[in-house]
Design a protein around this ligand. Sequence first.
Ligand SMILES: Cc1cc2nc3c(=O)[nH]c(=O)nc-3n(C[C@H](O)[C@H](O)[C@H](O)COP(=O)(O)OP(=O)(O)OC[C@H]3O[C@@H](n4cnc5c(N)ncnc54)[C@H](O)[C@@H]3O)c2cc1C
Length: 397
Amino acid sequence: MDFLLTPELSALRKEVRAFVDEHVIPNEAKIVAEDQEKKKDTLTRLRAMTRERGLYTPHLPKEYGGLGLGPMGMAALFREMGRSFVGAPAFHCDAPDQGNMDLLLRAGSPSVKERWLMPLVKAEITSGFSMTEPAPGAGADPSNLKTKATKDGDGWVIDGHKWYTTGGGDASVLIVMARTSDDPKMGATMFVVDRHAKGVEHVRDIPVMAPPLLAHREAELKFHGVRVSEDSVLGGVGEGFRMAQARLVPARLTHCMRWLGLCDRALDLCKPYILSRTSFGKELARHQAVQKMVADAVLGMHAGNLMTLHCAQMLEQGRDKEARPYSSMAKNHVAQLLVKLLDDAIQMHGGLGISEDMPFSMWYRFARSARIADGPDEVHTMVIARDYLRGAVETLV
Ligand SMILES: Cc1cc2nc3c(=O)[nH]c(=O)nc-3n(C[C@H](O)[C@H](O)[C@H](O)COP(=O)(O)OP(=O)(O)OC[C@H]3O[C@@H](n4cnc5c(N)ncnc54)[C@H](O)[C@@H]3O)c2cc1C
């Protein structure tokens, strides 16, 4: 395994890091404050700056204004952006738009690309991905899918109930997973749906643990006889489950990249406090219990980096199927690391850690969902064990 970056990628990584340090981190509070008033002035200004520098939507091919990065390039850059929770939006490669852009690019019809992809790339609109449903519908187990699409003349009619469509309330376009037959493998299809089409009801933004921020508002939506045309089908009728895997494996890896960036910044922020604050006659950093928290964080980040890069390398080489259990390992490890590390960062800061004077408690409220979104820990555990037992995981590489 060789994870050395090319000189070009190495230079880009440094450029992204410098941009995050100089322009994104100092504007975090302003972006949050503006967002509460539904304004995006500062974010829009930062996006213009990343576009000027050729760093905007780096995951997209060059003809769409991106850098044509593969998964390894994304790993290098997304970790740097992830050091700020508004970093990826400044480069316009945050979830869910980033994964949705990739899916529309890969599987959208020419008319879908023209109507939705181009405005999405330019950040004129936002998007949502609607797979999860309230019980008894699709959740950890997507095969519980209840939303139905019925063939009607030259189009389809969608009926169903979704929730946890991140950004769905403000979105202009949704990718909706619906049942089109009872076939266990080929029974689901993805449709591109105008969020403001007749019959799409935005029931509410679900109040959740984390504060509402940018695209991270969790929408509950109902679809009442929503008509869509044949060319709204993504990738082909019956391809839904396959396409979901194709979207989710790289998407969960990009989460790992961003989360590792946030881990890095959080631990870095702990240094000044534990090196200067004294307790029982010595600095906190000289107490073994504190050193254990630091060492666990460093070990966890190093392991998470290696897992993420290893899996990214597999995707880069086109070994997508083989990569699946490795993406589950990376996702499980990094999601748990993020939650634990932020909890420890709060612990090391005592009362200051709980206060909003430090960012940890806010980050923690966002981070907790990492162990549930994109498949809960237990489902990835199931995948890892299942694939190991059938010989699909090499433990020594
Ligand atoms: C912040 C956030 C954003 C999200 N964004 C989106 C989005 O944009 N689009 C979208 O479609 N969905 C989204 N989701 C939904 C997410 O993918 C689901 O919540 C997740 O897949 C779990 O489904 P569920 O909530 O229905 O849990 P359930 O299926 O009800 O599972 C509940 C719990 O049961 C346990 N469990 C389930 N299966 C197993 C098993 N096999 N073995 C052992 N234990 C098990 C786990 O502990 C699990 O947490 C988001 C969720 C969150 C929290």
